[in-house]
Structures are given as C-alpha cells and as structure tokens.
Design a protein around this ligand. Structure first.
Ligand SMILES: [Zn+2]
Length: 194
C-alpha cells in the first residue's frame, strides 16, 4: 500500500495491507477492495465470439473479450469498449445484459459478466496488443485445447446453451464453487428511464 495519499500527497500512517483507509489530511478514501473487470459473451448465428489473448495471464489462449472498467465508466460502457477494441465489433452498451458475477479473491478481482445475442456474425478485426486474433466459433469448432483456464471446467454444451435456448443463464462463481441458474428469460428487454 502506498504510504502517501494519492490525492493530497500527505504521508499516511501504516495500515494493514489490503485494508481501505481514509486520508487523515484530506479525507480521501483509499479503497483497496477488488478491481472491477467485465467479461463479455457475444453470440451470433449459434457462434461464440472469442479472442486469442495477447497479454498475460493466459497469453495465446482463447477467451471472451473483456477488461478493466475504467474510472467513471459504467460496466456496460466498458464491455462495449473492450469488445470494440479487441474485435472491431460495435455493440451498444444498452444491448449488453448482465448475466454473471465472478469473484477471484486471489487476484483481488470481481468480474461482471455481460452477454449479447446478435443476429449476424459480422467480420472481425483483432485489436493488438490485447487480442492477437478474433474469431466466431461454432460448437463444432470450439477450441477445447486452447481455451483459457477459467473455461476448462465448462462443457461445450453449457457454453452454447444460450444460443440453443435463446435464454439468459445467470452465473455465480466464487473461488471454489459455481452455479448457473437457467432462466426462462430471453434477450430482448427495454430499458426504463430513471
Ligand atoms: Zn489526502
């Protein structure tokens, strides 16, 4: 942990590593809680969008697009941005549905999973350095041996369940357990202005 306040620069008394604290000078709250990331599952024509990762961890493996939610950004905007940066595909943030939360405490990360069901598997443009390649994979062509570790324990049937059923699954995962709630909910829902 930094011994200085990131906002005012005043040295801070030592605190237990990992704990959040309030600056004694300016009151700025230093939050050392988990980093927020998003993972985006995009389906079209019974295919899943994946990128070949260009950065560690799991460099060279196939994974869904995603990345960090930046300062002041909504999860949906981050998901849309990451998909565009890594694959060239434009998805309106409003078309991304929340479908899961994955906590990885070892990495101090929380991933919000988003999902979109598109009509057309349009051409892709991989965006280096994050993505070395970007492809649509049908279930028959799913790259079993080259998917990133978090997908190794997920069956192909489960991966393609949303296309087969046109229903949104809800995923909940912690360090050592996972459950998927299969819903009767489809992919088309209006937003309500608030
Ligand atoms: Zn301060």
């Amino acid at each position: 942990m930094s011994p200085f306040c990131a906002q005012c620069g005043v040295p801070q008394p030592p605190a237990d590593q990992g704990e959040s604290f309030r600056c004694s000078s300016c009151g700025n709250i230093h939050n050392n809680g988990p980093q927020l990331l998003t993972l985006v599952a995009v389906y079209a024509e019974d295919k899943l969008l994946m990128i070949r990762r260009g950065v560690d961890p799991y460099r060279g493996k196939w994974a869904p697009p995603g990345g960090y939610v930046e300062k002041g950004e909504s999860v949906e905007a981050a998901g849309s941005r990451e998909v565009f940066e890594e694959t060239g595909l434009l998805i309106e943030p409003s078309n991304l549905l929340t479908h899961g939360v994955i906590s990885i405490t070892a990495l101090n990360q929380v991933h919000i999973c988003l999902m979109a069901m598109l009509e057309k598997a349009t051409p892709l443009r991989a965006g280096a350095p994050e993505a070395l390649d970007a492809q649509w994979f049908s279930a028959d062509a799913y790259p079993h041996d080259e998917v990133w570790d978090p997908f190794l324990s997920i069956s192909v049937a489960a991966v393609y369940h949303p296309c087969r059923t046109q229903r949104l699954p809800l995923l909940q995962q912690t360090d050592n357990a996972r459950r998927v709630v299969f819903t009767d909910v489809g992919f088309s829902h209006p937003w309500e202005k608030i």
